[in-house]
Design a protein around this ligand. Structure first.
Ligand SMILES: C[S@@+](CC[C@H](N)C(=O)[O-])C[C@H]1O[C@@H](n2cnc3c(N)ncnc32)[C@H](O)[C@@H]1O
Length: 214
C-alpha cells in the first residue's frame, strides 16, 4: 500500500484524534491570527502535542523559542512547563508579537511568557549573557530556516545537561523538501556531528529535529 497524500493527511491528524485535540482556545488561534493578517505557518497540532510532551519531560524551568508568530507553539510549550517555569520567545515582527501577547494572556499563560522583540541572532548574545550557561531546559527553533546553524551555535551552551533543542521544518516546507534541496540538511548534519548532543529527526509536520544535550 502506497503512501498517498490522503493517507499522509489522515496520519498527520491521527495524534490529535487519539491523544487529545486542541482545546477551544488553541483550536481558534490560527483562524484569529490569519484574520489579523498573520501568515498561516504555525506548527501542526501533532507537532504542538509533541512539543508540549517534550517540554513536560524536562524539568521545565526555562524554555526559549525562536519565532513566536501568533503564540500557537508557545502555548503548547508554556503548558508543558513546571508551575513556576517560564518561556522566553523571540519575535522579529512587532505585529506578530502584539498578537501573540494577547493570545498568551487569553490562554492563561501570560504570566509565564515573555516576548523579546528583535531578530534572534541580534538578541541571543545578550540573552546568553543574561541567562548564563546550562540554564535552559528546552529550545524550540522555528524562525529563519537558513539561520538554523547559527541559532544552534548561539543557544547550545545555554542548554542544560539533559535539556533539549527541538527544530521544526527540518525536512522542508511546501516550497521545497530535503530530497529536492529544501529543508535544513546542513543544520541536521551540523547537530548530528556535535559530540555534545544525541539527536534524531521525526516525521511530524514538516519534520522535527530533537537533540538532547549529554
Ligand atoms: C514559522 S513562524 C513561527 C511559528 C510559531 N513557532 C508557531 O508554530 O506558532 C516564524 C516566525 O519567526 C519570525 N521571524 C522571522 N525572522 C525572525 C528572526 N530573524 N528572529 C526571530 N523571529 C523571526 C516571523 O515573524 C514569524 O512570526
Amino acid at each position: 500500500m502506497a503512501m498517498t497524500d490522503e493517507r499522509w493527511g489522515f496520519l498527520t491528524n491521527y495524534p490529535g484524534r487519539v491523544f487529545g485535540d486542541d482545546d477551544e482556545h488553541l483550536d481558534g488561534l490560527m483562524d484569529r491570527a490569519v484574520a489579523a493578517g498573520l501568515p498561516s505557518i504555525a506548527i501542526s497540532k501533532g507537532a504542538g502535542q509533541l512539543l508540549g510532551l517534550l517540554t513536560s519531560m524536562t524539568p521545565g524551568r526555562l524554555a526559549l523559542e525562536l519565532g513566536t508568530l501568533g503564540g500557537y507553539s508557545g502555548i503548547w510549550i508554556a503548558r508543558g512547563l513546571s508551575p513556576d517555569g517560564r518561556l522566553i520567545t523571540i519575535e522579529a515582527s512587532d505585529s506578530h508579537a502584539d498578537h501573540a501577547q494577547s493570545e498568551f494572556e487569553a490562554a492563561g499563560v501570560g504570566d509565564k511568557v515573555e516576548i523579546v522583540r528583535g531578530t534572534a541572532l541580534d538578541v541571543l548574545p545578550s540573552l546568553a549573557q543574561q541567562l548564563g550557561p546550562s540554564s535552559v531546559d528546552l529550545v524550540f527553533i522555528d524562525a529563519i530556516k537558513t539561520e538554523y546553524v547559527d541559532y544552534f551555535d548561539s543557544v547550545k551552551d545555554m542548554v542544560s545537561c539533559g535539556g533539549l533543542v527541538v527544530a521544526d521544518n527540518v525536512y522542508g516546507t511546501g516550497s521545497g523538501w530535503i530530497d529536492e534541496g529544501g529543508g535544513t540538511d546542513d543544520f541536521n548534519r551540523h547537530v548530528a556531528n556535535d559530540p555534545e548532543f544525541d539527536a534524531t529527526t521525526v516525521p511530524v509536520g514538516g519534520g522535527m529535529l530533537i537533540a538532547r544535550r549529554r
